[in-house]
Design a protein around this ligand. Structure first.
Ligand code: DMJ
Length: 659
C-alpha cells in the first residue's frame, strides 16, 4: 500500500509550479487546490494511487508502442511467437488477436535503422539487417559471445571461438547497394539486369567449394563429415562419406587438383572390408551413386570396381521374408537387420535405391542388383493402403505391408519414392509404364489432397494429410518436387506439371526469402486464415538449416527448362546467405540452429556431405548457361545429385516383371 502523501510536500510542489502564471490560470489553480483540500484523506490517497498506476502503465507500454509505430519486426515478436508454441498453442493458424501490453526492451540502435527488406513487394516480411555482416556466431550450447567487431580494410571481422567468421559479400558492393534500393522500391526478383556474369557466378561456387574442401582436407580428411568449428570430424559409417559424395562435383566444377587428390585416397585408402553397420539407403545414394556417376564422367575403372564392391556388400539387406529390404547392413559381416525398435523400413528408403542398383546391373551385366531392386517396386506397386497414388511412410519387412496407414506426406520418409518413380521411368528409356502410371496417379493425389494456398499471398504449397485431417506443414525436403515436376514435363508429361512446378518453386523460394537470414528452416507451417499477415510460420524446434539442396536443385531444373533468369537470381541470393551465415573462415560451412536470428544463428558444427555432393553442385549447374553440362537428355540425377546415364537401350530385366 502507498502511504498518504505528505501535505507539506504537495503544497511545496504546487507553489513552485505556479510561478509566472496569469491571474486566470492562478485562479483555476487555486480553485483546484481548494477542491483537493476538500477531499478526505482516503479520497486523496486513491487519486494519487490511480495517477501513479497510470504513469507506470505509460512507461511500460511506451517502447512497444514506438516499436510498433516504426513497423520494426522485432526480436521480441519472434520471441513472443516462441512462447506461444511452448504453450502448445496454435498461433500459426489463429487469426491475429490484439496483444496485451507488455514490457519490451528497445532494440539496439543498429537494428532500428531502416530494415533491409527482400523478396517480392507483397512478401517483404523478411528483415535483413543491413551491415549485419558482423553477426557473431558461436557453437551451439554456449552463451552468446560479446560482439567483437574489428574493421579490417572496411570488412567486418568477427571472432568465433578462434575461427574468424568473415561476413563475405561476393557481390560487388555498389551493385549490391543498387540491388537493395531496387528491392526497396518494390522491384521483385524478376529484375535480372543486375545478375552477375556467368563466369563470376560459377567462380563463386568454385570458391565456396574450395573453402569447404579446405576445412574437410585439413580437419576431416578421409572421414565422413567435417565439424568445422571444432576443427574435427564426425563418423557415421567411417567410409569417407564427404569425399565420395563430392567426387563428381569436383569433376563437374573442374577442380582437377582436388579431384586427383581425392581419387588417390579412393585408390589407396578406401576399403569396404570393414565390420560396420551402414544404412542401406544412405550408402546407396551417396556412396554407390557417387562412385557410379564418377565412373561414368571420368571413365576410370577404379570407381566402377569400388561401386561393384559396395553394391555387392549391400545385397544382404534384401534377404528378408518380404523382399522389402532391411534398413541396415553390416558390410564386413554380410548381415543385415532392421532398426532395434521395429521391423519396419521407411518407404522412401526402400524405393529410392533403384536407380543405383539398376545402373550397377546395366554397367556390369550382372542382373543380381536390378532384380532385388525391381522386386521392391513390383511389390510396392501392388500394395493396398495408398490413397490416390500417395503412399504411407512405413513398410514392414516381414509381411511386406504398409504400416502406420492414413498419414501422407511428400516430406521425410516418403519424398524420394515419388522422385524415383519418374526417374526410373526416364532411366529405363520411358518403357516401364507401371512406374509412369504410379507417378501420374501420385501427382493427381498431391493435387487432390495436399495442395493449398497460403494467406495473405496465395503461395502454393504441399501440406500433409493425417487420417483425413490436413496440416499446412511442409518440410524443406518437399522442395525437390518443383524440379521433379519440371523434369517430367521436359520428358513429355503435361504442361500443367510445369505450371505447378513454377508455382511451387515460388513457395520454396519464399521459405528462404521470408527468413531473417535468407535461409530456409527445416520445416514451415503456411498460414491459411484470411487476415494472416505472414505466409510462413516457423516453430522453435524447426528453425534449423542443414545446408540442404532441394530448393537450389529445383531452381536448377526450372532454369534449365525455362531459361528464366529469375531462378538464377534466387539461387544467387541463397548462395550469399550461405556465405553470410554458415561459412566458417578456417574452412568449411556449418549447419545452423536458427534461421530467424541473424545475430545468433547458432551453428551446429556439422557440414553434411550433401552440401558438397548436392547443394554446391546444383548451384553450379544453375549458374551455368550451358545446357550440355550434364545434359538432362542424357543423364538422370539420383536423389543425391549423382548423374547416371539414361539408357539408350533398356537393360534386360530392367522393367519390373508384369504383375
Ligand atoms: C540427401 O541425402 C538426399 O537428397 C535425400 O534424398 C534427402 N536428404 C538429403 C538432402 O537433404
Amino acid at each position: 500500500m502507498l502511504s498518504p502523501p505528505r501535505k507539506d510536500l504537495v503544497s511545496l510542489n504546487l507553489i513552485e509550479q505556479g510561478g509566472g502564471y496569469t491571474n486566470a490560470k492562478q485562479w483555476r489553480r487555486q480553485s483546484c487546490w481548494r477542491k483537493w483540500k476538500q477531499l478526505s484523506r482516503l479520497q486523496r490517497s486513491l487519486v494519487l494511487f490511480i495517477v501513479v498506476l497510470l504513469w507506470i502503465c505509460g512507461v511500460a507500454t511506451y517502447p512497444s508502442l514506438i516499436d510498433h509505430l516504426r513497423g520494426v519486426s522485432s526480436r521480441a515478436q519472434l520471441e513472443d511467437e516462441g512462447d506461444v508454441e511452448k504453450d502448445g498453442g496454435v498461433k500459426p493458424f489463429a487469426p491475429e488477436l490484439p496483444k496485451p501490453p507488455r514490457l519490451v526492451l528497445p532494440e539496439p540502435p543498429s537494428e532500428r535503422k531502416a530494415p533491409h527488406k527482400r523478396g517480392p513487394p507483397l512478401l517483404q516480411n523478411r528483415q535483413q539487417k543491413k551491415g549485419n555482416a558482423s553477426a557473431v556466431l558461436q557453437p551451439a550450447g554456449e552463451g552468446k559471445p560479446e560482439p567483437k567487431n574489428v574493421e579490417e580494410d572496411g570488412k567486418p571481422v568477427v571472432s568465433w571461438r578462434g575461427a574468424m567468421i568473415e561476413a563475405e559479400h561476393a557481390t560487388e558492393p555498389a551493385a549490391k547497394e543498387k540491388e537493395d534500393k531496387d528491392k526497396a522500391e518494390g522491384e521483385a526478383v524478376e529484375n535480372t539486369s543486375l545478375l552477375e556474369p556467368e563466369a563470376v557466378r560459377l567462380e563463386a561456387v568454385r570458391e565456396a567449394f574450395r573453402h569447404a574442401w579446405k576445412g574437410y582436407k585439413e580437419f576431416a580428411w578421409g572421414h565422413d563429415e567435417l565439424k568445422p568449428l571444432a576443427k574435427a570430424y564426425g563418423e557415421w559409417f567411417g567410409l569417407g562419406l564427404t569425399l565420395i559424395d563430392a567426387l563428381d562435383t569436383m569433376w563437374i566444377l573442374e577442380l582437377k587438383e582436388e579431384f586427383e587428390e581425392a581419387k588417390q585416397w579412393v585408390a589407396t585408402e578406401l576399403s569396404f572390408n570393414k565390420k560396420v553397420d551402414v544404412n542401406l539407403f544412405e550408402s546407396t545414394i551417396r556412396i554407390l551413386g557417387g562412385l557410379l556417376s564418377t565412373y561414368h564422367l571420368t571413365g576410370d575403372r577404379l570407381f566402377l570396381d569400388k561401386a561393384i564392391d559396395i553394391g555387392t556388400r549391400l545385397l544382404p539387406a534384401f534377404n528378408t521374408p518380404s523382399k522389402i529390404p532391411y534398413s541396415d547392413v553390416n558390410i564386413g559381416a554380410g548381415t543385415a537387420h532392421p532398426p532395434r525398435w521395429t521391423s519396419d523400413s521407411t518407404v522412401a528408403e526402400v524405393t529410392s535405391i533403384q536407380l543405383e542398383f539398376r545402373e550397377l546391373s546395366h554397367v556390369t551385366n550382372d542382373p543380381r542388383y536390378q532384380l532385388v531392386a525391381n522386386e521392391v517396386m513390383r511389390r510396392v506397386h501392388k500394395l493396398e493402403g495408398k490413397q490416390d497414388g500417395l503412399v504411407p511412410m512405413f513398410i514392414n519387412t516381414n509381411n511386406g505391408q504398409f504400416t502406420h496407414l492414413g498419414v501422407f506426406t511428400l516430406g521425410a520418409r516418403a519424398d524420394s519414392y515419388y522422385e524415383y518413380l519418374l526417374k526410373q521411368w526416364i532411366q529405363g528409356g520411358k518403357q516401364e509404364t507401371e512406374l509412369l502410371e504410379d507417378y501420374l496417379q501420385a501427382i493427381e493425389g498431391v493435387k487432390k489432397h495436399l495442395l493449398k494456398r497460403s494467406s495473405p499471398s496465395g503461395l502454393l504449397f504441399v501440406g500433409e494429410l493425417s487420417h483425413g485431417h490436413f496440416s499446412p506443414k511442409m518440410d524443406h525436403l518437399v522442395c525437390f518436387l518443383p524440379g521433379t515436376l519440371a523434369l517430367g514435363h521436359h520428358h513429355g508429361l503435361p504442361a500443367e506439371h510445369l505450371e505447378l512446378a513454377k508455382q511451387l518453386m515460388e513457395g520454396c523460394y519464399q521459405m528462404y526469402a521470408q527468413m531473417e537470414t535468407g535461409l530456409s528452416p527445416e520445416i514451415v507451417h503456411f498460414n491459411m486464415h484470411s487476415g494472416s499477415t505472414q505466409d510462413v510460420e516457423v516453430k522453435l524446434a524447426d528453425r534449423h538449416n542443414l545446408l540442404r539442396p532441394e530448393t537450389v536443385e529445383s531452381l536448377f531444373y526450372l532454369y534449365r527448362f525455362t531459361k528464366d533468369r529469375k531462378y538464377q537470381k534466387m539461387g544467387w541470393e541463397i548462395l550469399q546467405s550461405f556465405n553470410k551465415y554458415t561459412r566458417v573462415s578456417t574452412g568449411g560451412y556449418t549447419s545452423i540452429n536458427n534461421v530467424r536470428d541473424p545475430e545468433y544463428p547458432s551453428p551446429r558444427d556439422k557440414m553434411e556431405s550433401f552440401f558438397l555432393g548436392e547443394t554446391l553442385k546444383y548451384l553450379y549447374l544453375l549458374f551455368s548457361d550451358d545446357p550440355e553440362l550434364i545434359s538432362l537428355d542424357k543423364y538422370v540425377f539420383n536423389t543425391e545429385a549423382h548423374p547416371l546415364p539414361i539408357w539408350t537401350q533398356a537393360s534386360e530385366g530392367a522393367a519390373p516383371p508384369a504383375a
